[in-house]
Ligand binder design. Structure first.
Ligand code: ADP
Ligand code: 3PG
Ligand code: MG
Length: 393
């Protein structure tokens, strides 16, 4: 068992570096479209602040290449100011003298959010010099960033190797919920996968095949699988370097007697059509680009979901942010919400979609992770959790 923040004594006056996952959907005007990940991190931040720690909060947002004002965490700091009783401030860098000065000026219980850690190249590369500079800012490291715990980055993995550490309340809750979901999976175990992060998720899916009985694939992910089967996908997004893995997954599922369901019809738009009219077709040819699953696919997938003993869902079924392509995600969300099997859903965008449909309360468990949740279900742990110290019993 991992050491948790409740095991940390004497937090008063200490500078606690707390990594969270505030990678939330934000529009061009800086409006936060779904705050689930932020709300879920509040118990840890409130606890640390309540214990009198100086709480320095770190997060990434999206995948910026260098500094990008549109990916600033400032809008999230504004939300925190309204949600946390303690004094909340924002610092527009992560390392350097200004950050140190600002920390020196903090009072016990204050909370300060630092800028997007992915503005620094060292973050994703897990550059230990960058990690050292972060670690030098505080005395204790707390990891509450479940959603990114499948990545070995400087601020969630590197820093943990350099400071006394613990997991936060959200991390503990996720570990418990996901572990019990996988203890004795209720059959048939149906996994619904979609979204756009094909490269990350397809490798995890390769091993996940062993766990689930039926795997339903939608979203942009589906076209790589259809391409692997030699089907025509028009100009839909295909992750070319993942086709081989998709072939392996299909072969493996077949030899293990697992079912993989792929879309049998699609909502698409022709690249050449200036009016951008939507078409429903069972075969995408020429310049047709797929953006959602079609009605026959919805029916097929919903039937499998109805029969499930338990369901895991990550990844929207289409480009749901555009009203013309949200139907697949909406209908699958409804099918899961009404299913008799236990439902565990996760992913920044998946959860945002579910909440936008008002179906959040009908899911049995909402995880803040997407790729992280999938990988945890598959492996039972994640690198940025493994690196945290064990509880002293
Ligand atoms: P999550 O955040 O739930 O883990 P991902 O980040 O992998 O999910 O994927 C979510 C994104 O996938 C959404 O922005 C959605 O618009 C996009 N998406 C899904 N299907 C398609 C598609 N057919 N074409 C383009 N984008 C898609
Ligand atoms: C997520 O949204 O799944 C996490 O925040 C991780 O983001 P990443 O895939 O860009 O590392
Ligand atoms: Mg996402």
């Amino acid at each position: 068992m991992k050491r948790t923040i409740k095991d940390l004594a004497e937090l008063k006056g200490k500078v606690v570096l707390c990594r969270v996952d505030f990678n939330v959907p934000i529009d061009e005007t800086g409006r936060i479209l779904d705050a689930t990940r932020i709300i879920n991190a509040l118990p840890t931040l409130n606890y640390l602040s309540g214990q009198g720690a100086k709480v320095v909060v770190l997060s990434h947002l999206d995948r910026p290449k260098g500094y990008d004002i549109r990916k600033s965490l400032w809008p999230i700091a504004v939300l925190l100011m309204n949600k946390i009783k303690a004094n909340v401030t924002f610092c527009n860098s992560v390392i350097g003298q200004e950050v140190k000065n600002r920390i020196d000026a903090m009072k016990d219980g204050d909370v300060m959010l630092l800028e997007n850690v992915r503005f620094y190249q060292g973050e994703s590369e897990c550059d230990m010099n960058f990690a050292k500079e972060i670690a030098a800012l505080g005395q204790i490291f707390v990891n509450d960033a479940f959603g990114v715990a499948h990545r070995e980055n400087a601020s969630n993995y590197g820093v943990a190797r350099l400071l006394p550490n613990a997991i936060g309340i959200l991390m503990e809750k996720e570990i418990n919920a996901l572990s019990s979901f996988m203890e004795e999976p209720k059959k048939p175990f149906v996994a619904v996968l979609g979204g756009a992060k094909v490269e990350t998720k397809i490798d995890i899916l390769n091993r996940f095949v062993d766990k689930a009985d039926t795997i339903i694939i939608g979203g942009a992910m589906a076209y790589t699988f259809l391409a692997a089967k030699g089907e025509s996908v028009g100009t839909s997004i295909v992750q070319k370097n993942s086709i081989q893995t998709a072939e392996q997954i299909l072969a493996r599922a077949e030899s293990e007697g697992k079912k993989i369901l792929l879309p049998i019809d699609h909502v698409c738009v022709r690249d050449s059509d200036r009016a951008k009219r939507c078409l429903v077709t069972s075969r995408m040819t020429g310049d047709m680009k797929g953006f959602d699953i079609g009605p026959k696919t919805i029916k097929l997938y919903s039937q499998a979901i109805q029969q499930a003993g338990q369901i895991f869902w990550n990844g929207p079924m289409g480009l749901y942010e555009d009203g013309r392509f949200k139907n697949g995600t909406l209908k699958i969300a409804k099918a899961i919400a009404n299913a008799k099997g236990y439902s565990l859903v996760g992913g920044g965008d998946t959860v945002a979609a579910i909440n936008s449909f008002g179906l959040g309360k009908k899911m049995n468990y909402i995880s803040t992770g997407g790729g992280a949740t999938m990988k945890f279900l598959e492996e039972g742990s994640l690198p940025a959790i493994d690196v945290i110290q064990e509880k002293i019993l």
